[in-house]
Design a protein around this ligand. Structure first.
Ligand SMILES: [Zn+2]
Length: 68
């Protein structure tokens, strides 16, 4: 009787590999990264690279609200 309480969701995997790349838009000189599924704004930055990096660390709270 050593059954481990496995979570039903595969939350043990790193989120970065499961998250699709955010959609990047250049708006008024600011890069905006938004969720590719629902369009939620994930991050903003002056450069595309920084914006991508910030967005990569964020999970969309709309698409993942039932995961936490
Ligand atoms: Zn989303």
């Amino acid at each position: 009787m050593h059954t481990q309480p496995y979570p039903t969701t595969s939350s043990s995997q790193p989120a970065a590999t499961r998250t699709p790349a955010p959609a990047l838009h250049l708006l008024h000189g600011m890069w905006v990264a938004s969720c590719p599924s629902c369009g939620f704004q994930l991050a903003t930055a002056r450069t595309q690279e920084r914006c991508e990096r910030r967005a990569a660390r964020r999970l969309c709270p709309v698409c993942h609200q039932d995961g936490s």
